[in-house]
Each structure stands twice: as C-alpha cells, then as structure tokens.
Design a protein around this ligand. Sequence first.
Ligand code: DHE
Length: 687
Amino acid sequence: MKRALFIWIVGLLALGLAACTGKSAPTATSEGASAPPPALYSAELARQAFQKGGCGACHVMPGVEGAVGTIGPDLTDIAQKVQERLDRGEYKGKAASVADYLTESIREPDAFVAPDCNGTPCQKGLMPGTLKDLYSEAEIQAMVNFLMNPPKEEAEAEEKSTPETESAPETGNAPTLSEEEFAWAKQVYFERCAGCHGTLRKGATGPALTPDKTQPKGTLALAAIIFNGTPRGMPDWGKQGFMTQEQTEIMAKFLQNEPPAPPEMALEQMKASWKLLVPPEKRPTSPQTKRDWENYFVVTLRDAGQVAVIDGNTYEVVSTVDTGYAVHITRMSASGRYAYVIGRDGKLAMVDLWTEIPTKVAEVQVCYDARSVEVSKYNGELGDFSDKYAVVGCYWPPHFVILDGQTLEPFKVVSTRSYTFDTEEYHPEPRVASIVASTYKPEWIINVKETGLIWLVNYSDPNNPTIKMIEAARFLHDGGWDASKRYFLVAANQSNKIAVVDALEGKLAALVDTPAVPHPGRGANWIDPEFGPVWSTSHLGEGAIVSIGTDPEGHPDSAWKAVRVTPLPGAGSLFIKTHPNSPWIWVDMALNSDPALARTVCVVAKSNPSIVHKCWEIATYGRAVHMEYNKQGTEVWISVWGDASKPGETGEIVVYDDATLQEKARIPNLITPTGKFNVYNTVNDIY
Ligand code: DHE
C-alpha cells in the first residue's frame, strides 16, 4: 500500500526475529542509525502493534494472526522488495536504507506510494497518516525489524499446524456504543453500506462484515478503510465528506457488533402504502404533449429523492417528480408511455409521460430496500401481457413482488430465501438483483444475487407462478441483452464471471471468466472487426473492458468467449455504453479512488478496439457516471455526480456530440444526477 506501512512492518519483523532466535538481526530506528535497547526487540511487541493498528486488514504479513488483507501491498518479503526498489532507483525520497524506508512508510505513508497493491497501483491516502500518533518509538522499531526479519520458521510452523489448531475468532469482544451512536450507525449502514455488504452483512459486492471478520481487524483499521475507501470500489466516505473521522470510528465499532435484525414486510403493509393517484380511466388516451416524449430522459436525482424528466431535444427540465429515497433506476413500460421508478427504500413510482407535464399516477412501497423493477413484455401466441404486470426486486426483505402494471396494486409476494446453488447452504438474505422481461415467453429473468440462481419466473398465472431455477454463479448483479435480444448477459460480480442465459431455450448458455468485478450496467453491443458481434463489460476491480462473442451461429469460434481485453487507465468503472450508429464505446471510471480518474470518461474506437482512443475529465468536481444516448443516437449524455450539500457543485449533465466528441451543452444545477434513461432506448434495449 504505502511505503510507510512497509517500513513499519519490516522493522517490526526484524526486531521480532532477533528476539525469538537470539541471532543478531539488522535493527532499525527512525533515523536508521543506532540500535534501540534490546528489550524492544520483541516479535510479540510487533505483533501487538500490528493488531493495534489493524494492519492485517490491508496487508498479508506471515506470522501475524489474521493478517490476510489485500487492499495494501503484500508484506511477505517486503525487505527484499524494498531493497530491490532502492537498488533500481525507483524511490526518490529521504530514506537511505530499507529500515528508513519502512519507518517512513509508517510515519509518513504518503511520502512515497508503493507501486504495487496486488496487481494495481497503490493509492495515495489509503494508508492512515495518523499511525505515527498511535505508536511509540519502540513499537515502530519493533514493527520495522519484524518486517526486515520475518520469522519464517514460525510462520511455516503456524501454516502447517493451521488445520489442527484453527479456531473461530472470538466474537465476544465487540466495542460498545451509546444508544444514540448505535441508532445513527444502524441508519447510515442501511443507507450507505447494506447495498454492497448485505443487510445481514454476509457480503456480496463488498466483503462480509460479520463480527468474526470485523473484530480481528479492529476499530482503527476498519475506520481507515471506511474513511479512505479501497481501490476495488469501496467508496471513501470520509474523504467525500459523508462521514467525519469520529463517525467512521463509530461505524467501525458498530460493525464489530452483531447486525440488528431488520423487519419483514407483508402484503397488507404494502397495500396500506399504495396510492392510486390517477386511475387508468382518467388518464389521457393519446399523448397530450407536443414534445417528442420518446426522446425524454428520465434522470435520477439521487439525493433529492426525485427524477427529472428532461426533453432530449431542448434540454429543458419538463418536470421533477418526487419518488423514493436515493432513487436507483427507471424502466419503461413496453409502450414507453410510463416510467417506473424504484427507490432504494422500496418505493415504486409510476410516471405518465403522455400528460402535458409528466405526472406521477401511482405509488407503493413493497419493501425497505430495493434495486430493480420491470414490466411484463410478452405479446404472442399465449396472449398479450404487455404492461399487464410490474415486478419489483427487493434487497430487504429478500423477495420480489408482482403488481398490477397499470395501477401498481401489489398482489403477490415471492420470497427468494433458499439455498446457494453450489454448496446448497441455506442463505437468509438472497437479494434480487437485475430483472429483465423475456419477449419469447411470459417470463421474467430474475437474478438472485447470493444463491447464484437465475430464476425464470413464468407470470402467465401470476398468483401461482412457476419458477425454473438455473444454476449460474454467485453474486449476480447487473446485465443486459445481446444485440439479438435472445441472450441475457449478467455479471456475477464477486465471482469474476459473466453468466449467459438463453431466453429462448430457458437455460444457461455459458459462464465466461472476466477480470475482477465486472460491472456492465447493461453492457455494450457492437461489431468487433475481428470477432464479429460482441457484448462488452467494464470492471470495478481492474482497468479493463472485456468483450465477449455473442454470435454462436455466425462466429462459433468466438461465441461466449472473452475475445478481447481493452486496457483502461484505471479501475472503478461502473458503466459502458454504445449505440448501433456510433463509432465509439464510452466508459466511465466513476468509483476510481483518484478524483481525476473518477471524473474522466474514455472512448474506444470500434475500428481500433485494442486501445483507448481518448480520455478526458468532463468536470472539475464530482464523478463522471453513466452514459446514455439520445433517441437519434447522435448525442451522449453523461452525469457529473456532485455533492448535494455544495451549491454550484451538486451536479450536472454534459452532452457530447457523438460524431465529434465535442461538448454540446451542459444541463446545470441538478441534484446528484446518476442514471439517465432515454425512453426510446430503454424500451428498445439499445446499448
Ligand atoms: Fe446500481 C443498476 C444494484 C450502487 C446506479 N444497480 C443496478 C442493478 C442492480 C444494482 C442490481 C441492475 C438493475 C436492473 O437492471 O434490473 N447498485 C446496486 C447495488 O447493490 C449497489 C452496488 C450498492 C447500493 O448501495 O445500491 C449500487 N448504483 C449504485 C450507485 O451508487 C449508482 C452509481 C448511483 C446510485 O444509484 O446511487 C448506481 N445502478 C445504477 C444505475 C443502474 C444500476 C444507473 C442502471 C444502469 C442502466 O443503464 O440500466
């Protein structure tokens, strides 16, 4: 991670070995000069210091219990690595020796940022700068010496004896919180953390945070991660200003306690929240607006709990509609007339786009935590089900709910609690991730995250639905159709795989390996000059676009294989987008921990897809997130995701001419815009 940490650890190791073996070992002081008193040469002191600082949360350190973190550099043989770095002249700072280098890493972690954090460049600011205040001189020396002289024999013995001696970490030592602190942490965890780590904290997009995992890390290390984020996509809540140092510590303490049990929700409760604001018979029978409503963009204003409906021709905000908390996505009715907007609080709002000013016509809350919504789209021999039903996928309680597609009256609740597909273990919180509607059958493809099962839910008799469960891969998340709309490609993000479902045959077509944490949004369909039709995804964990062949008939050799990797300047990508008429593929890096990369977008030329054509920052603040084309496919709209509490920097949309890549317009002063859903492109799955 940071050089400071290296120094710290190397010194400790050296000291430890000397104490344990009685052999003389190189010793370190902060100046790298005279040796400290022998009493300080203690491996045990070093180990205690590592535990006190929670170093094992970020680093692998042989001989230190629980030190298996992968956020920072692996500190096995760190002294040797540092020596090589010094010999190569890579390091340009003040340290003259390995011991100096490691000491500096602890005291001033940002003085030199190590180049390799498990395959990706280490980030400035991740290693806490406050460690120097935490440790005595003796502790720092112990740690540096420990790292310089790793107690190899001991570590090996420990490794060998692990199967026999391994015991569950003690979890009875949770730090205490006041009632007020607990209530605050519970609410903030739900709002900011549960989405990735799970309400029961069993892990998914983010790692598990149960006390057996968190207590060995300790308050300081957990707080540092919460404050600084990680290169693999954990947001830097402290640096972003969402939490103070003190609040990250309260959250760190909360995480070491057992998670509180959240409430269930029954149909009766959902019905009590249902409001039919304009009944279907009172709605217009033709569009009442002269605007090109099919070119509306429904834009999430995340922290305002609203969506803005923006005219794609004039860039005017036509209407702002109150929806659920921290609105997540919008999907359109098969006709395009209605926008269904789901909030993270499980509130679904239905907006009529035919009225002169787009108006909310119904709303309902069907859970406490939701991410997905879809409608029925089958129209064929078995009947016309277009927009007859809607379905909401919930994170908590883990269920999906079927509603009347015209009124939002909920009528059927189906729990997704079941067994993991591979080990057949009961999972209490298998959350509903993406949902898409098949056009081949009256079916929804419902992706159940934690169990790794893709459910094909037949809604032709929705009170008695039949469900086919397809075994795929764990941690199913987001995805999109291939260009033929027969295959749905969904990221199993923490499994580093894309699962391909054949909607016609109703079976898994393939599982494709990808780099770390694929996150396609809906992906991008285009024709690769060498491999034919492909679908591409970018990644949270690696700076790479991977393209997968999607044409088993015309290009069987490429089908369901990762045929191309296009390197990006950084990881943390959330979305990728293209249009059949466009020569470009657009990609963001919204969750990169480098603020400049977080507000950068890149384009790849379809004619030369092995490299990035151009990257640029789209704003001077915030994050560049989510691209969407206009109906004509001539413009790309990108959100600048700002900070709702900073006037002038709350966010905006930047509009680019897709042919020239030149900026055309800015739609300013929007509150934290994130996803944008063009009516025509969403109805027709153009991406
Ligand atoms: Fe999303 C899609 C879940 C965080 C913006 N997001 C999805 C989907 C899922 C999901 C399951 C697919 C829905 C579908 O197609 O039916 N998102 C989650 C999370 O669990 C996660 C990681 C954490 C959380 O706490 O919610 C998360 N998502 C975010 C964000 O922070 C984003 C950037 C802004 C926000 O909402 O606060 C965000 N997610 C989006 C968008 C889409 C999406 C814009 C739809 C992309 C599209 O083009 O269709």
